[in-house]
Write a protein that binds this ligand. Structure first.
Ligand code: FES
Length: 285
């Protein structure tokens, strides 16, 4: 019999071997102690069981339910909601190609097609050597580096079909691969353990985490009224407001509170009689 929601054998599932169970219980108690209510620990607990077997197995679901005093249905509901929890065995490297709108038009769709052909696998499938799982991913807020590929949630910015093919070749051959920014790469299971909240002990990982690239920092510079802001486009054509995007601090003027005039019109229909809201009455009608 099959559990339709998971596509896996129905619970009850076999338990972990005794030594594995004892190790996971110690880890689980550490995670649960971080929260005022044990059920709040479910998300990191799911990462913990994922770090053990590479995906959330029926055994892992049952373990989470027992440790958190939840039903397996409750745990399953959460595990099937979030895409970061895998429900079938996956490769050491989960290669996600962002095919959300901006990345797609910047080349994400072409990269995904190139990798499908190069690896001989489709979406959510794993290469025969068990190294790479290919998948579509949604926007990861790195649009300023589009098109983006993520390997185990580390960023590879401004990719092309050619660079992406080389990336997966290097991963499969065991050659060292470094993300464009952020922490060094590790396997999917190791990543899952870090996401469960355990210390990232890889050399250089702490220093590298939280770094932002120049394209992201351009917006921060603009917000501070510093030089180097992006070109501003007037929302309704014509001249952009004189203050928009300019380094106003050099003249001693107060920074424009809304320097990014291309984000939204400066005047709304309510304050702009030339552009009233709703249908405009035609002359003579
Ligand atoms: S659309 Fe790809 S990171 Fe935002």
């Amino acid at each position: 019999m099959t559990d339709v929601s998971l596509g896996m054998p129905q619970l009850p599932a076999p338990d972990y071997p005794a030594d594995v169970r004892a190790r996971l219980e110690a880890d689980a108690k550490e995670i649960i102690a971080r929260y005022p209510g044990s059920r709040s620990a479910l998300l990191p607990m799911l990462h913990l069981v994922q770090s053990e077997e590479g995906y959330v197995t029926p055994t892992g679901l049952r373990f989470c339910a027992e440790m958190l005093d939840l039903t397996t249905a409750e745990v399953t509901a959460v595990a099937t909601f979030y895409t970061m929890y895998r429900r079938k065995p996956s490769g050491d490297y989960q290669v996600g190609v962002c095919t959300n709108t901006l990345c797609a038009v910047m080349g994400g769709d072409a990269i995904f097609e190139a990798l499908q052909e190069h690896l001989g696998v489709g979406n959510d499938e794993t290469t025969e050597d068990g190294k790479v799982t290919l998948e579509h991913i949604e926007c990861n807020a790195a649009c300023d580096f589009a098109p983006v590929v993520m390997v185990n949630w580390e960023f590879f910015d401004n990719q092309t079909p050619e660079s992406a093919r080389k990336l997966v070749d290097d991963l499969r051959a065991g050659r060292e691969v470094r993300p464009t920014r952020g922490a060094p790469l590790c396997t999917f299971k190791e990543t899952a353990r870090i996401l469960a909240g355990f210390p990232d002990e890889r050399p250089g990982a702490v220093e590298a985490s939280g770094s932002a690239g120049p394209a992201s920092l351009a917006g921060l510079r603009l917000a501070k009224g510093e030089k180097g802001g992006p070109k501003v486009v007037s929302p309704r054509g014509g001249e952009a407001p004189a203050s928009a995007g300019q380094p106003v601090t050099e003249t001693g003027e107060a920074p424009d509170p809304h320097p990014s005039s291309h984000d939204a019109p400066r005047r709304t229909a309510a304050s702009d009689p030339d552009n009233p809201a709703g249908p405009v009455a035609k002359e003579g009608k």
